[in-house]
Design a protein around this ligand. Structure first.
Ligand code: CTP
Length: 410
């Protein structure tokens, strides 16, 4: 669980989106966090503190005078203070140093603790420069912000100011606990599977979901890197995963598109994770129109595995694609790191070593794809570095494995 034993002080202030903090609470709990909750007086008009009490939590209500020392105790409890939703009023008050409620008092008593604001308000209020200036100021003092979503507000106005997706908040909370080992580094990740088109509707591809690459991109972002993801057919595969909005996404479909984007981006990159499943072959000719059944020649003696030896056949020619990892390794600057992957079904380590050396890689992670990992939530395998050292990684969630691989490189 990603937030195991982390102490989170969830502060809920009075926005119409308060009810979403119940889902947020449940997700934090599921991630293993210990939670204390403060519900402000105005938030208590939108949602009853009893909701959280029914989940067995003690809720602190916003009456600092009921228990004069709660703000000190709560500030000591918190590994992080999460204000979600954070209203215009609360953000501006904190920035002005006002401490007149249990939430603002607790924040005042915790200058050294990380604090995460989740602003949620009308788009015009969110665009107000007073708020913007105050958020900027708070970011210099151990605060960070989850940007609101854009959409129609409760009043009907359209713009930025909506309570963000819970996934975005959880991501930033997890991120707050990660060491920024890749700060200042540019990381490029390729993920998904290329599609080589035979005609405008048919293609040759493979079952890679892109999850390992996406997990690496998210993990690199949490480690403080600036991340670019070359995404190959990820959404259309129906197995889309959470990708944080701060990751620059470049969508490409086939080998040629991947090559063009990779060569353009690689120059600006410190570390490349080449997790994409790249087609080793493309069709020699791509028909500009859909290939019809009619007009295909009768089989001339070819044996067919489905006993339809007499059926018409369509012969296509494949040409081998260049190995992109080899190409980028050949042009890499001193200090650039190239991390490749290998999908193997037999002689796993031997084949991995061979690819590491033939492609001049700094690291290779070898997946034993005979073990039903393609497209799944989990992965296992071996990491070999260029000195030949091997580390074995047991089967676990791709997100956790990605964080470990990022840790190795960092
Ligand atoms: N790769 C690449 N260009 C290709 C094929 C693969 O850059 N044309 C990269 C993949 O992204 C991966 C690594 O090479 O990081 C290994 O890919 P894999 O499919 O395991 O092996 P191949 O090198 O294609 O060799 P083979 O299919 O013969 O096992």
């Amino acid at each position: 669980m990603s937030l195991n034993n982390k102490n989170i002080l969830l502060c809920i202030t009075g926005s119409i989106s308060c009810y979403k903090s119940v889902d947020l609470y449940r997700r934090l709990k599921k991630a293993g966090a210990n939670i204390n909750i403060i519900v402000s007086a105005s938030a208590a008009k939108f949602i009853s503190p009893y909701i959280f009490e029914s989940f067995g939590e003690q809720v602190f209500e916003d009456d600092a005078f009921k228990s004069p020392l709660s703000h000190i105790e709560l500030s000591k409890f918190a590994d992080i203070i999460l204000i979600a939703p954070a209203t215009y009023n609360t953000i501006n008050k904190i920035a002005a140093g006002i401490a007149d409620t249990l939430i603002t008092l607790t924040v005042a008593a915790a200058p050294d603790k990380p604090k995460l604001l989740v602003p949620a308000m009308n788009p015009n209020m969110y665009a107000n420069k007073i708020l913007k200036e105050n958020i900027k100021k708070l970011c210099e003092f151990n605060f960070s912000v989850v940007s609101p979503a854009t959409g129609a507000a409760a009043c009907g106005d359209y713009g930025e100011g909506k309570f963000p997706e819970i996934d975005d908040i959880i991501f930033e909370v997890e991120s707050a606990f990660k060491e920024k080992t890749l700060k200042g580094k540019k990381v490029l990740v390729t993920a998904g599977a290329t599609r080589e088109y035979l005609d405008p509707v048919r293609f040759m591809s493979n079952g890679s979901s892109g999850k390992m690459g996406i997990s690496l991109a998210n993990a690199a972002l949490k480690a403080g890197a600036e991340v670019t993801l070359i995404a190959l057919n990820i959404e259309s595969g129906g197995s889309a995963k959470y990708i944080n909005g701060r990751i620059k996404i470049i969508k490409r479909a086939d080998f040629a598109g991947l090559k063009e984007a990779l060569l353009a981006e690689f120059k600006k990159t410190d570390i490349l994770f080449m997790a994409a499943a790249v087609s080793d072959y493309s069709f020699k000719e791509k028909s500009p129109v859909k290939i019809k059944k009619s007009g295909i020649s009768e089989a001339s003696g070819n044996k067919s595995s489905n006993d339809n030896a007499a059926s018409p056949t369509l012969n296509v020619e494949l040409v081998q694609n260049e190995d992109l990892l080899k190409t980028v390794s050949g042009i890499k600057r001193a200090g650039q790191i190239v991390f490749g992957f290998a999908a193997e079904t037999d002689s796993v380590i031997e084949n991995g070593r061979k690819k590491l050396s033939e492609k001049s890689l700094d690291y290779i992670f070898i997946n034993d794809v005979s073990k039903d990992i393609i497209g799944g939530e989990e992965n296992e395998g071996f990491l070999i570095n260029k000195s030949g050292e091997i580390k074995s990684f047991k089967r676990e969630n791709k997100e956790i494995l990605a964080e470990k691989l990022i840790g190795e490189v960092a």
